[in-house]
Design a protein around this ligand. Structure first.
Ligand code: ADP
Ligand code: MG
Length: 718
């Protein structure tokens, strides 16, 4: 008897013990034909029920006219029926007591409103009976550890499904099959692969949670186009991490233009991909941009979960290939190992002393490229204390297969002596390398024929090793309980800086003047030298329209500046609403930095820091994080920007006060966090950084109306 549907775990749902193939056939041009073939061929041990009213038997199995007529209710069904027949077929499955149905059929929510309505209907029908749905618009699943292939891809027409430690969840079915195909061709196996399609019912996180609990899976890989539920995504990512597993994601859409809103720089600097990537970083998830490198890294991680590949050694059959590899690793910021003296001495058995350095060119061995030289060299280098990982570019030499085999022999010898280190063989020969590829696959050695992929893999591994799942930041004790904000819309410089001040971000003193005369009076209360700026909801970049005057020494200079400014703006922007002029103190600083934030509709407030002033959009030198962050995380964020090199002091000039800047960044992140769902965008540009502190001299904030008015009381803070 089946358990009540609501009690059914995701484990039970996704590990069927019997399956029905609706529309089963012997015709390999049909979905049902290919699915049945793969299902039988790979030795699924549970019951297989082909469903086809026209046939008594198919491929030697009894065939049934409908899912209701099978001897026992199947656990899972897969269907590729026409769109119009899906609802009825799903209803039949649900009524038959099937636990989960895979809908391969497309033309649902991905194809517009009508399809979306049909999809909702189908989910409703299934839910009524507690049946779960995978898809629609998916390619099904491949579970090598269960000898189960419920997928119509020809990628499954292989002698066996190699099981492995990688779980793969893909939003694209075609890509799932391709990644599977490419991986098994080089001997990399999977625990389970799921094509999740439109995720009408079971969604990404359901599958990932299954893999978190799955004892066969060590590393989870995903291909994603978008995230349906960001909160659940982040919670799931944390669970992956807490289970001691790793999650690597390739996400499409990185090149998508930033949000269109022209209000601030932030919108164009941190689009939805950056927000996603920031959320992943904070949760310890690695984002990559290439599926081949993703699978190679996942395979390496499955074998060497503890490795932090900080320095790489190159052992090659060709000096040229080794030199190019060294260049590319360096371009990819992957450091090369400098061999320990013991390694150098050991290598001298085969090489002249001056050649015992990284990269090692085995072609330059005194006795030539003998198999013994290959295995010895690999063995010696793997024992090198300064080497964490080796890359072995093998070029088109005589006996490539033998050379490749002896690379593996060397690796095994080192492993037997306790030097278990990762090793990537870069097999560069094309047709002449076929036999070597076969041998490497047999020996379960990890290889690639693509230098770029090898470099990306090692670089990504280094990034992963440095990813730490962040604990929630601690709220500084001196922050106000809530920011005092009133109306929504664009908040001008003076009001925005008042909020920053309340949060402990240093700002320069300023007063709002109505006109030139009033400006002079304001200046009397401030310390010279002064700056004057126009305040208008219609002017975003004040200096572009002559709305900023700097270095004014006297009150009368301030008065004159305002008069001139008013005339200039009247001439250029007669329509602009002028609310007044900010008279303020000049602040000193050696570097202009940018601190901004925007609210991502999925991941909440996203903080952006980088080179400021007019350089911000020119250089686009920014780093992005989910707010709030503490000062330590802010410091790391700054270090991710090229501008951080300027903060360290250039050419004998003393270093700037990064600690003060990091503290200010953290405080800004709390402010935007506290603004809640009223927060839209904030630009603090520039923050002037000096050797002793920092000052925000310009700020602009955009607030929405928000849904809660709890923060709406004006003047909650000074
Ligand atoms: P906007 O960005 O709207 O053009 P800002 O207020 O940022 O106007 O001013 C433009 C530039 O003027 C700043 O990048 C900074 O270099 C300088 N500046 C503005 N206010 C001050 C100030 N109070 N002290 C020192 N420099 C200032
Ligand atoms: Mg500015």
């Amino acid at each position: 008897m089946h358990g009540a549907p609501q009690d059914r775990s995701i484990e039970e749902t996704l590990t069927p013990r019997s399956v029905a193939v609706i529309g089963a056939s012997e015709d390999l041009t049909k979905f049902g034909g290919r699915i049945l073939k793969s299902l039988i061929q790979h030795g699924f041990e549970g019951a297989i029920y082909p469903i086809n009213p026209q046939r008594e038997s198919l491929r030697g199995l009894a065939c049934y006219p409908s899912v209701q007529r099978t001897p026992a209710p199947p656990d899972m069904a897969i269907m590729a029926v026409p769109p119009d027949a899906v609802r009825e077929t799903v209803a039949a499955c649900a009524e038959a007591g099937i636990k989960a149905a895979i809908i391969v059929t497309a033309k649902f929510s991905e194809a517009g409103d009508e399809g979306a309505a049909r999809e909702r209907e189908v989910v409703e029908v299934a839910r009524r009976h507690g049946m779960r749905i995978i898809g629609p618009n998916c390619l099904g699943l491949i579970s090598p550890v269960n000898n189960l292939a419920l997928c119509a891809s020809p990628a499954l027409f292989v002698p066996e499904l190699p099981p492995g430690e990688i779980g793969f969840v893909s939003q694209s079915g075609a890509l799932m099959a391709t990644v599977f195909d490419r991986a098994i061709t080089r001997g990399i196996g999977f625990s389970h692969c799921f094509s999740i399609g439109n995720q009408a019912d079971l969604e990404l996180c359901d599958f990932v949670e299954f893999l978190v609990a799955d004892p066969h899976t060590k590393v989870i890989c995903s291909y994603l186009e978008g995230v349906k539920d960001a909160t659940r995504f982040v919670a799931t990512a944390r669970r992956v991490h807490d289970a001691g597993k790793r999650w690597i994601i390739v996400k499409a859409g990185r090149s998508e233009a930033g949000a269109a809103a022209a209000f601030s720089h932030t919108a164009s600097l941190a689009g939805s991909f950056e927000a996603f990537a920031a959320a992943c970083r904070a949760a310890g998830v690695l984002v990559m941009d290439d599926t081949d490198a993703m699978t190679l890294l996942a395979a390496l991680l499955g074998r060497f979960p503890e490795t932090d590949p900080r320095s790489t050694a190159i052992v090659t059959t060709s000096g040229g290939s080794g030199a190019i590899a060294a260049d590319r690793l360096t371009d990819g910021s992957v450091p090369l190992a400098s061999f320990a003296p013991t390694t150098v001495t050991a290598l001298q058995v085969h090489y002249p002393a001056e050649l015992c350095t990284n990269p090692v060119d085995m072609g330059a061995a005194e006795r030539g490229l003998l198999t013994g030289v290959v295995s010895d060299t690999v063995d010696i280098v793997l024992r090198d204390p300064a080497t964490d990982i080796i890359l072995t570019p093998v070029t088109t030499v005589p006996d490539i297969k033998l050379v490749a085999e002896h690379v593996v022999v060397g690796e095994q010898r080192a492993a037997e002596a306790g030097y278990v280190k990762p090793h990537i063989l870069l097999l560069q020969p094309a047709q002449s390398g076929e036999a070597a590829r076969g041998a490497l696959k047999q020996a379960k050695a990890l290889y690639t024929d693509n230098l770029d992929e090898a470099v990306r893999t090692i670089a990504a591994w280094q990034r992963l090793a440095s990813l730490r799942r962040r604990a929630a930041p601690e709220r500084p004790a001196d922050l106000p309980a809530a920011p005092g904000i009133g109306r929504g819309g664009a908040i001008d410089e003076i009001a925005a800086k008042r909020l920053l001040d309340a949060y402990g971000v240093p700002v320069n003193r300023a007063e709002l003047a109505r006109d030139a005369q009033n400006a002079a009076a304001c200046a009397e209360r401030l310390r010279a030298p002064f700056a004057v700026k126009v305040i208008s909801p219609d002017i975003v970049h004040k200096s572009d329209v002559g709305g900023v005057a700097l270095d004014l020494d006297t009150a009368s200079a301030v008065e004159e500046a305002v008069t001139g400014m008013a005339e200039r703006i009247e001439a250029r922007l007669p329509e602009a609403r002028i609310e007044g002029y900010a008279v303020q103190e000049m602040a000193a600083g050696d570097l202009e930095m940018f601190v901004g934030a925007r609210r991502d509709p999925q991941f909440g407030p996203i903080l952006v820091v980088g080179a400021g002033g007019i350089l911000v959009e020119l250089l686009r030198d920014v780093a992005v994080a989910c707010a709030p962050i503490d000062a330590t995380a802010a410091l790391e964020l700054l270090n991710a920007c090229a501008a951080s090199r300027l903060l360290g002091g250039v050419r004998g000039r003393p270093p700037l006060d990064v600690a003060a800047l990091a503290d200010a960044i953290s405080r800004v992140s709390w402010l935007v966090h506290d603004l809640g769902d009223r927060f839209e965008q904030l630009d603090v540009n520039p923050v002037l950084v000096s050797t002793d502190g920092c000052v925000a001299v310009d700020a602009r904030l955009l607030l929405g109306t928000g849904s809660d008015d709890a923060n709406g009381a004006e003047g909650a803070s000074a």
